[in-house]
Every structure is written in C-alpha cells, then in structure tokens.
Design a protein around this ligand. Structure first.
Ligand SMILES: [Zn+2]
Length: 223
C-alpha cells in the first residue's frame, strides 16, 4: 500500500513523535516472563477445556505449557523492549554513497486481530549519510518488531523508523509482501492473495529513487 500524499506529509519530519506504537499497557512488564507463562498456561488450559478437549490425553497434556512458552519467549517475544537488538552503526569509511538494499528478509509475524500467522518477506533499503549498519542487524530489527501481535502497516513503519533513528537519516524504505493466514486459511479462504505495504522516507519519496529500490527487489539472486 502506497500511502497518499497527505499522510506522507503528516508523518514527514516529525515521524518520531508519531511513531507507530503497539497498543501495549504501561504495566506490561510489571510481571516476569515466568509469571506470564504460568498465567497463560492456565488460560490456554481453560480455552481447550471449554472447547471440550480431554487434557489428560498424552498428546494434549503439554500443550498449555508449550503454547504459553511459545507466546512469551518466541512469537510475542519482541514486545519486550529488553530484547530490542542493539543497532550498532559504523562510520561509512569506504564512502559508499549509493543505496543499500537488504531484500527477501523472511517475516514471521502474528496478526493481532486473529492471532494467526503473517508470513512473508521484507525488503529494506537505506542511503547512508555517514554511518552504516551491519547487514544482519537489519534482519534482527525486522524479526524484533515482527515478534508481536501486529498489523503489517505498523510493522513496516516501525522498521523504517527504527533504522532512521539508528542511521540518523530519513532516507530509509521498507516494503513487505506477506500472506495473512486469517485471509488465506479461514474467512474468505483465498490462498493466493498477499498484502503489500510500504513506507518510503526521505529520498525514497522521490520517484527515481523509489523506482530504483523497487527494481532491485525484483532482481533474482543467482549464486
Ligand atoms: Zn487477521
């Protein structure tokens, strides 16, 4: 989704104050991960019992605990700011002044409306204004923000904003193309459709620069 001009202007320069935040309560981290796992375990147990499942069955016995651990430590682990990857940057000593694109970063996220997977690829680009960032850091930033109950639009914006702050430049862009299992496997059951979202900061608002980025995404990687 390429947002309309008006909205682009609105987020423009003061993007930080308008940063796309997940709706997380202030007391979100007042209890420990282990306490959360204990509570969620009971909640999952309750859901399964209500559905009529026999939790004494060998196959189901461990499910509440497994799901609780998976929620807290894995698929929603990125809610915890303590797990935010350190976005260490370096001086651009080799004076590379062109666009750098990290494409086909695998995205595993979870739709916050249905708690079903969002699976796809993120393509991230920036133009250095003096600092550069480790390539794998870009993957880690995507992973961190993906591991939350999410909406794809917000995820796209958060990746761009994080890199803009880390790199000290507006010239960052991200495109995500992903399948939402809430669309593909239930409801309308359309297995073919995917959702594209984009966020273009700074120079990427310029048509030529934006086109260059989008052309690189289309390149087939041969090795
Ligand atoms: Zn959904």
């Amino acid at each position: 989704m390429i947002k309309n001009e008006e909205f682009q202007d609105e987020i423009g320069d003061n993007h930080v104050s308008l940063s796309a935040k997940n709706p997380v309560r202030d007391d979100a981290f007042d209890i420990t991960d282990d306490e959360k796992i204990e509570k969620i375990k009971k909640d999952v147990e309750s859901i399964l019992l209500t559905l009529g499942m026999d939790l004494t069955d060998d196959s189901l016995k461990g499910t509440p605990n497994r799901v609780a651990k998976m929620f807290v430590k894995e698929i929603f682990g990125g809610l915890n700011p303590a797990k935010k990857p350190k976005a260490s940057t370096f001086d651009n000593n080799y004076k590379y002044g062109e666009m750098l694109v990290e494409k086909n970063i695998i995205v595993y996220s979870t739709c916050e409306h249905h708690l079903l997977p969002i699976i796809g690829r993120a393509h991230v680009a920036y133009i250095s204004n003096g600092s550069v960032i480790g390539l794998s850091k870009m993957n880690r930033i995507v992973e961190y923000y993906a591991k939350r109950p999410q909406v794809q639009e917000r995820l796209t914006m958060q990746i761009v904003q994080e890199l803009q702050i880390a790199l000290g430049t507006e010239d960052v862009a991200c495109v995500i193309d992903a399948k939402h299992l809430c669309v593909n496997s239930r409801g309308i059951s359309d297995i073919e459709s995917s959702t594209v979202t984009s966020e273009f900061g700074g120079k990427f608002k310029d048509n030529v620069t934006r086109r260059e980025f989008l052309d690189y995404i289309k390149l087939e990687t041969k090795f």
